[in-house]
Design a protein around this ligand. Structure first.
Ligand code: ADE
Length: 237
């Protein structure tokens, strides 16, 4: 999968060279191409922004500079995403949907924003990572690349995606490893029995319990199986 990132701060993306996303790049499962918008400045001082028409605080990134940066990677089949708190909020469903694309171009704003005319011209979709304001779109772009890349074949072990939080719409069951006793607390006995059928059942119950306790809002918005409905009724008592 191809990610082109249009940014004034390409160095910020160095953290994606670590761990799972770093390995995914080495294995060429994903390619992250960082485009420095400043390279497209027409100004001898490499200026990329200017004061807003109509006055007001802050600076606005110039339409022509951003457009030239975009044109350096543009492709009819690519989807262009602008990271902005005004966008649609990212969730696991959206992440999964975006992972089906072959090519994403991510536009990161900084300062007060980007001239609206280039946004109108090139952007297909606006995405926010939550209802708070960050200093720029770089961290949101990294959140998007990380979450989407996990769905690219070969990036994770095959069953990791299936078992995790949100992909069955419920939160994940708790996990334990050695030592068997930690600060006086033992691992739940069922996990030591080797009875996989009973362990699966326990884990399913725990998933429902976690969701009921921590994110009851999720349960209101999903279709539960008859089996899960019964377990949930029992847990509520
Ligand atoms: N840029 C600044 N804040 C943001 C947010 N919450 N989501 C996406 N892009 C942003």
């Amino acid at each position: 999968m191809q990610f082109d990132v249009l940014t004034l701060f390409p160095e910020m993306f160095n953290i994606l060279n670590e761990s799972i996303i770093g390995r995914a790049q080495e294995k060429k499962l994903i390619n992250i191409n960082l485009v420095n918008i400043r390279d497209f400045s027409k100004d001898k001082h490499k200026k990329v922004d200017d004061t807003p028409y109509g006055g007001g605080a802050g600076m606005v990134m110039q339409a022509d500079v951003v457009y030239d940066a975009y044109k350096s990677v543009a492709n009819d089949k690519a989807k262009v995403i602008y990271l902005t708190p005004q966008g649609k909020k990212l969730n696991q469903k959206k992440v999964e949907e975006l992972s089906k694309e072959k090519h994403l171009i991510l536009l990161c704003g900084h300062y007060e924003g980007i001239d609206q005319r280039v946004i109108d011209k090139i952007v297909d979709e606006e995405i926010s990572i939550g209802d708070y304001v960050l200093t720029g779109g770089e961290i949101p772009a990294m959140v998007l690349i990380d979450s989407v890349s996990r769905y690219v074949k070969g990036v994770l072990k095959d069953d990791s995606i299936k078992e995790e939080s949100f992909s069955n719409n419920l939160l994940e069951y708790p996990q334990y490893t050695r030592p068997e006793v930690f600060e006086g607390q033992s691992v739940p006995e069922i996990l030591l029995t080797g009875n996989h059928k009973e362990i699966d059942k326990w884990r399913k119950e725990q998933s429902l319990k976690m969701t009921l306790e921590k994110r009851p809002d999720i349960l209101e918005n999903i279709e539960l199986s008859e089996e899960n409905k019964k377990i949930l009724e029992k847990l509520k008592k």
